[in-house]
Design a binder for this molecule. Sequence first.
Ligand SMILES: NC(=O)c1ccc[n+]([C@@H]2O[C@H](COP(=O)([O-])OP(=O)(O)OC[C@H]3O[C@@H](n4cnc5c(N)ncnc54)[C@H](OP(=O)(O)O)[C@@H]3O)[C@@H](O)[C@H]2O)c1
Length: 246
Amino acid sequence: MKYFMITGTSRGLGEAMALKLISPDHHLICISRTKNDNLIAASSSLDYYEFDLRNVNEIEALMDQVFQKIDLANAEGIYLINNAAVLTPFSRIEQATSQELMDNLHINLLAPIALTSSFIGLTQHLPLEKRILNISSASAKQLLPGMSAYSAAKAGLDIFSTCVGLEQGTESTAVKIVSVYPGMIDTGLQEQARNTSTEALNTPDIFKMVKDRGMLTSPHATADKLISLLLGSSFHQGTVVEDLLS
Ligand SMILES: NC(=O)c1ccc[n+]([C@@H]2O[C@H](COP(=O)([O-])OP(=O)(O)OC[C@H]3O[C@@H](n4cnc5c(N)ncnc54)[C@H](OP(=O)(O)O)[C@@H]3O)[C@@H](O)[C@H]2O)c1
C-alpha cells in the first residue's frame, strides 16, 4: 500500500490530484478546512481531516494522529503533497491587515515547513520510498504588484525545499523533496485573482487576460503531470521544477 497525504483537497488542484490517486493500492489522507464529500464517497481507503492549517502549532499532533492510520510494516511508500494555499491578501502591502499576512504566511509557508518537519521525523528510519512534493508557483519569480506575501511565501517554499534536499542528501533512506510550479490552472484561486480589482495596483489585468485567451489548464490535466512527477524517475532531490507544462 502507498500512502498519500494531500493538503487542500476540498477543491481545485488538490481535489483533482486526490481523485487521480484513488486506487485499491493507495490510501489517501486528505486535509482541508472543509471536507470533500465527493472524494469520501469515491474511495473506501481515505481518511479526511478537517483541519485549519493556520493552526501551525497543532500540526505535530495532527501528524501523530495521521501516522496512526499507516500500517508502517506493510507500507510501500509514503508521500506528502503540500498543496493548500491562499492568495489573500491580493493588495498593496500597506493595505493588507496583519491577520491576512499572518494567515498567508502560516498556510503558504509555515504549515508546509511544519508538515515536512513532522513527516521527516516520523519516516526517516523507514526503508521505503518517502517523497514530499511542494506545490509552489511561478509567482516566486514572476513578480506582480499586490502579490508580495504570496510570492514571498512561494519563494520561501522553494528555498526551503532546496535546503531540506541538501540535508537529506542522496542516501537510499533519504526523504526526497521537490518544489514545483504547476502553471496557471482554472481553479477558484484564479477566479479570485480575476475578481480582485487591480485598479489600485497599477498593473495590467493579467488574470482576466489569461482566462479570456484560454491559457488556463484544467486541474485534471495538471494533476496528471504532477502525479507523474511525484511517482516517476524525474523526482530529483532538492530541485525546483519550473517547467512542468513545457
Ligand atoms: N491556480 C493556479 O493558477 C495556480 C498557479 C500556480 C500555483 N498554484 C498553486 O496550486 C495550489 C492549489 O491551488 P488551487 O488553485 O487549487 O487553489 P484553490 O482552488 O483556492 O484551493 C485551495 C485549497 O487550499 C485549502 N486551504 C486554504 N486555506 C486553508 C487552511 N487554512 N487550512 C487548510 N486548507 C486550506 C482549501 O480548502 P478549504 O478552504 O476547505 O480549507 C482548498 O482545498 C496552491 O499551492 C497554489 O498556490 C495555483
